[in-house]
Design a protein. Structure first.
Length: 399
């Protein structure tokens, strides 16, 4: 090729856009087969968002309020899991969707929200959207309504001046077998007023003598006999599978423990599936407890021996609303979701623990109590009595 033509071709190539240069066929004999052997185009990444609307189990605050004022808990899951990915909660307003919450996914690919159950007397419909994130396209969940939770199986707002007929008093004898030789349940330790039931530990004024308490097989001292607030709906209100929740303000000092728990309606030997289990939704052992004071446990019997699973809640302060919040300062909703396969425990809608062990297959009834077990008495002096636990409301949703 003459030098003049070569120079002209080079100049033309410099003037052509890069996009055109990339499509120029060089005329090589290997051209068509080279295109066939090139790497296949990767499929675009996919995102999938799902949403679960749970009952009205979110309600932190200082004052009493009706159970209907609580907010529903909403759980969003987005796959593939990308911690930190932004997620928005939207509510349907007519034909449009309005943003009402935002969060970021945790390491499990989940985000938790709370929202209104009802607006102007109507159930609300929600969905979640995940924004584009690091090569992943936008994802939108199917909508879900709050309607299924608006008719609970049972609600008690503890209005009036006395317990409703479905409640009864428990453990009204001093019992060594229950590790409460020095305390017993009594109606004197239960008071309904101001839209709440107050369960107390008070001195038993009918006893002038002292009780010798035993801790780890040894005497821990002598203490005033105590009366405990200890009530349940046994033989009156029970359920099988669903949610149970109570809005509780805990007691303050060590020496007793506040509890919201469930027991099987019929006690019989056997596996949890056929005999039920004790479900300790929450127990609190006082503000100054070195491990934070909150526990959740499951107890059942195996060959006449008690088996249990559970533990102290890790990082319990992470479930508080702030530095000024506290378990004995404000009300919080403690709940359990019970299915044929698992339990999921929550505080104000935030998951604390889940397990597949000891799952009851029998109807269970709720219990509320403030109990002073013998092994606790050494942590508090008699003069620091009384202690109080307050329950604003209790609610059950049958699945």
């Amino acid at each position: 090729m003459p030098a003049r033509r070569v120079l002209a071709g080079s100049a033309l190539a410099l003037l052509m856009p890069a996009s055109l240069l990339l499509t120029v066929d060089t005329g090589s004999a290997a051209g068509p087969s080279a295109r066939q052997e090139s790497a296949p185009t990767a499929r675009p990444a996919r995102s999938r968002a799902t949403i679960r609307v749970l009952p009205q189990i979110v309600h932190q605050g200082r004052r009493t309020a009706r159970a209907d004022a609580a907010r529903v808990a909403i759980e969003a899951t987005v796959k593939p899991r990308r911690a930190g990915r932004p997620v928005r909660l939207q509510v349907k307003r007519g034909s449009r969707w309005k943003n009402v919450g935002k969060a970021r996914l945790d390491r499990r690919g989940r985000a938790e929200f709370s929202a209104r159950a009802v607006r102007r007397g109507s159930a609300q419909t929600y969905r979640v959207t995940a924004r584009r994130h690091r090569g992943l396209p936008r994802a939108v969940s199917r909508p879900r309504s709050t309607a299924r939770w608006l008719a609970p199986l049972y609600t008690d707002n503890f209005s009036g001046r006395s317990l409703r007929p479905e409640w009864s008093h428990r453990g009204q004898r001093y019992e060594r077998a229950s590790k409460r030789l020095c305390s017993k349940g009594s109606p004197k330790a239960v008071k309904v007023s101001g839209g709440k039931v107050r369960l107390s530990v008070i001195k038993d004024r009918s006893r002038s003598d002292k009780c010798r308490a035993v801790k780890r097989g040894k005497s821990s001292g002598r203490y005033a006999y105590r009366l405990n607030g200890h009530i349940s709906t046994q033989n009156r209100v029970s359920f099988k599978y669903g949610f149970a929740a109570a809005r509780v303000r805990m007691h303050q000092r060590r020496g007793q423990h506040s509890s919201f728990w469930l027991q099987p309606q019929v006690s019989r030997p056997g596996k949890p599936r056929t005999a039920g289990a004790e479900i300790d939704v929450i127990e609190y052992f006082g503000d100054k407890h070195p491990r934070g004071g909150l526990t959740s446990f499951i107890h059942w019997k195996r060959r006449n021996h008690v088996v249990k699973t559970g533990s102290w809640l890790k990082r319990p302060r992470s479930f508080l609303a702030g530095r000024r919040d506290g378990w004995s300062k404000n009300y919080h909703v403690f709940s359990v979701e019970w299915t044929p396969k698992r339990y999921i425990f929550r505080i104000d809608g935030k998951e604390t623990w889940r397990t597949r062990k000891g799952v009851s297959g029998q109807p269970q009834y709720p219990i509320l109590s403030l109990l002073a077990s013998d092994y606790e008495l050494s942590y508090m002096k008699d003069k620091q009595l009384p202690q109080h636990m307050s329950v604003d409301w209790l609610r059950i949703w049958q699945a």
